[in-house]
Design a binder for this molecule. Structure first.
Ligand code: PLP
Length: 385
């Protein structure tokens, strides 16, 4: 017997990144610049807090929306860092990674046939998430000429004025683009004018190398139409602990919690203790990791330029997005540099058609490996381009 798969599941292609990991597994000594997670371990204080909670037998469910104490800490943190005011009782939900929060939002707010405008290139989960919820994705391309920032002209050109929802992610995965306040303001205005709900994935908010992050929810009239996603995976190097959160108006977070309480009950308990400690005492650890990412960012950008590959000045997250040399598609370059030189990078079109011609290169890898990987890419380019 074969299972009858739902149309929604069949509509989603397999992940484009996966094939590269399969090739990488066949080869020895591959240096991977393909991963989207910190190479640091979670700060010790946070790990200790998790261990202590286990020793004390704190292994029950928490409140559906997460431990109240943690929601209070999150409220203080986002107020302090991003000028955002959210009530810990009604306007914050702690989730199993930001991934769960993204999925909850699509399921809570998208009806079949709704149009969800998505600024691209973007994180690979949004499009499948919209499809699983029965919605239609409207790609809104961003381009290198605009530093991969979203513009009102881009939104208008794509027809986003007629969409029901807009998804943005800054600092951006995969480009490393950021949106300074002055560029975000007209986007907020557009959303208000066209009555768009905004989902703003700000999971890389701590990882900015040129000024501070601004949240679109901090603009007037935006709080009531925006859901902000954030989490502990990137800033606190806690990917495996699976903890994120969403912020939004009470009715919206209540709707997300309705799904969450039936499907997840509560986010995992042990990481909630780690997260509490992380928010309380790990600012220095975050600062040190950000400084190290910045050193690597500058190294990687300058090496690509030396090699002769154009690269946009990424200013956030831990990715850069160089152009592939003439004569290659992104996929061809990524596949050949992996087979010949053992360096894994991700073809840009995996993140939306507009990413064609680019590679996503993660610098969440030590400088030693980065140095070697860039030497290998240089050798490849010298031979073929
Ligand atoms: N959002 C973006 C933009 C990401 O890049 C990622 C992970 O790569 C996630 C969300 C998922 O984060 P989490 O580990 O909190 O589920």
């Amino acid at each position: 017997m074969t299972f009858e798969l739902s149309d929604r599941v069949q509509a989603v292609p397999p992940s484009g990144i996966r094939r590269f990991f399969e090739i990488a597994e066949e080869r020895d000594e591959v240096i991977s610049l393909g991963v989207g997670e910190p190479d640091f371990a979670t700060p010790w204080a946070a790990r200790d807090a998790a261990i202590a909670s286990l020793e004390q037998g704190k292994t029950s469910y928490t409140a559906n929306r997460g431990k109240r104490e943690l929601r209070e800490s999150i409220a203080d943190y986002v107020a302090d860092r991003f000028d955002l005011g959210y009530d810990p009782d009604e306007e914050i939900i702690v989730t199993t990674g930001a991934s769960e929060a993204v999925d909850l939002a699509f399921r809570a707010f998208v009806d079949p046939g709704d149009t969800v405008a998505v600024a691209q290139p973007c994180y690979i989960s949004y499009e499948p998430g919209v499809t699983f919820a029965g919605g239609e994705v409207l790609p809104v391309p961003t381009t290198e000429e605009d530093d991969f920032r979203l513009t009102v002209e881009g939104l208008e050109r794509a027809g986003a004025a007629d969409a029901d929802m807009l998804v943005i992610c800054y600092p951006n995965n995969p480009t490393g683009a950021i949106m300074p306040a002055e560029d975000l303001e007209p986007i907020a205005e557009f959303a208000r004018e066209h009555d768009l709900t905004v989902l703003s994935d700000e999971i890389y908010a701590e990882l900015t190398y040129d000024g501070e992050h601004t949240s679109i929810a901090s603009f007037e009239g935006m709080r009531e139409r925006t859901i902000v996603f954030n989490g502990f995976s990137k800033a606190y190097a806690m990917t495996g602990l699976r903890l994120g959160y969403a912020l939004g108006p009470a009715d919206a977070i209540g709707a997300m919690n309705k799904i969450h309480q039936y499907t997840m009950l509560s986010a995992p308990t042990t990481p909630q203790y780690a997260a509490l400690e992380a928010l309380d005492t790990c600012d220095n650890d975050v600062r040190e990791m950000v400084e190290e990412y910045d050193r690597r960012r500058q190294f990687v950008l300058s090496r690509f330029r030396e090699i002769g590959m154009d690269v946009f000045e990424a200013k956030g997250a831990f990715y850069c997005f160089p152009e592939v040399p003439d004569g290659f598609t992104a996929e061809e370059f990524a596949e050949e540099v992996l087979r010949e030189q053992g360096v894994a990078v991700v073809p840009g079109d995996v993140f939306g058609d507009v990413g064609e011609g680019h590679l996503r290169v993660s610098y969440a890898t030590g400088l030693g490996d980065l140095r070697q990987a860039l030497n290998r890419i240089e050798a490849f380019v010298e031979e073929h381009a």
